[in-house]
Design a protein. Structure first.
Length: 394
């Protein structure tokens, strides 16, 4: 999973742009927005898995022998073109439309009971016949029809839904509307499966961008991948991105009113500006929320810090930020290192005014006494400076 993360992130970035374009300036509930972001990342992970699975099957020829490199490379290039150009374009457009319709659903829910909803097509010669039959279906927001046949109802679907006055438009027959919806989302393939059934969902109601029953979800190990993604990546909201490709992500359980939250963000900004992906982490007890702790801090297992909650993760490593106010800078340094090194071997401490020579002497003395120290950084305002690094640490 980790080795494929760059490809997943690159794919997710494309869909996140579509999500942002679709939502636009509309204000939607935070739970819905987070759900849409979660689904974008999950879909990107599953899409990456599907692509790599297909690539792995190309390694052998029909006789079970490894293909010559050039033949393999040519076959892989076709896969890449499909997944990263042909499929990606259709999926991006779907993400834009789906996010737009989710935002509309959120607005419709605020006016529930005041209006009916009416299905509209683009009204031109490009409208597919199967979608044309849905035009002008008019039903209340809580009608079961909208649960499965709210647009988009297919790749490159341009249909939409609008609010209409109950007095100006006659309400449609729900059963008849559902039959038309079924017709619009039915295309039986040679294997007897309905290829369009995956579009029977409501992005706003389900809080997802892509079809929950998309074939990517049915691949071998898809459930395991979904579990891994859901356990960690999906609980982070991107606070900001940098021009060098770095990110600052904040877990949804982080206490943003905590005393050192802003200092942790400044530390993350420093590393994000150098291209690193940084995570601001939550605080909770391992014994109280063991499964959630495992998901966030699982990499600490079999280390002295299992059960601890460092403040942040920068790239592959956990870091702890410490600040301690005292009129005695040496006392402040001692307290910050004592507390910080209980959480991680990599610490970022606030500036005490002590010289680098004094800091190094203190740190090396601790190392000689057997204390595990891999990195010590000093933060002064928005600037973070490396003071000590264990060159043997991986």
């Amino acid at each position: 999973m980790v080795s494929h993360k760059r490809l997943i992130d690159a794919t997710a970035n494309v869909f996140e742009k579509g999500l942002g374009l679709g939502v636009g300036d509309n204000e939607i509930p935070s739970a819905m927005l987070q759900g849409l972001k979660n689904d974008v990342y999950l879909f990107s992970a599953l899409k990456t898995h599907a692509q790599l699975e297909e690539v792995s099957r190309l390694l052998l020829d029909e006789n079970g022998k490894i293909k010559p490199f050039q033949q393999f490379a040519n076959d892989v290039s076709k896969i890449r073109e499909n997944y990263n150009q042909n499929y990606l374009e259709a999926e991006y457009n779907f993400a834009v439309n789906s996010a737009q319709m989710a935002a509309k659903w959120a607005a419709f829910e605020e006016n529930k009971g005041r209006y009916n909803l009416q299905y509209r097509t683009a009204g031109d010669e490009k409208v597919r016949e199967s979608h044309a039959v849905l035009a002008n279906i008019t039903l209340p927001l809580d009608d079961v029809f909208w649960k499965q046949y709210f647009p988009p109802n297919g790749w490159r679907c341009r249909c939409t839904v609008v609010e209409v006055s109950k007095s100006n438009y006659e309400e449609s027959n729900s059963a008849d509307a559902i039959n038309k919806g079924s017709y619009a989302t039915t295309q039986i393939a040679a294997d007897g499966k309905n290829r369009l059934e995956i579009f029977r969902f409501n992005p706003g109601m389900d809080k997802v961008v892509f079809p929950p029953t998309h074939p990517y979800h049915k691949l071998q190990n898809a459930q395991s991948i979904a579990s891994k993604v859901d356990s960690q990546e999906l609980r982070y909201a991107i606070l900001r991105k940098t021009t060098k490709g770095g990110k600052v992500l904040v877990h949804d359980l982080v206490n943003k009113t905590g005393g050192d939250y802003n200092d942790v963000l400044k530390s993350c900004d420093h590393f994000a500006n150098k291209g690193e992906t940084t995570l601001v982490l939550p605080k909770f007890h391992a014994t109280k929320n063991n499964s959630l702790y495992e998901k966030v801090y699982g990499d600490l297992r079999n280390t002295p810090y299992w059960g601890k909650c460092p403040d942040m993760k920068i790239g592959e490593y956990f870091y702890e930020h410490e600040g301690f106010k005292s009129k005695n800078p040496k006392n402040a340094l001692r307290n910050m290192l004592n507390r910080g090194l209980k959480q991680s071997s990599r610490v970022i401490i606030e500036d005490t005014g002590l010289t680098k020579k004094y800091l190094l002497t203190n740190i090396i003395s601790r190392v000689n006494q057997g204390q595990i120290i891999d990195e010590v950084w000093v933060k002064k305002g928005n600037k973070v400076t490396l003071v000590y690094k264990n060159t043997e640490a991986q």
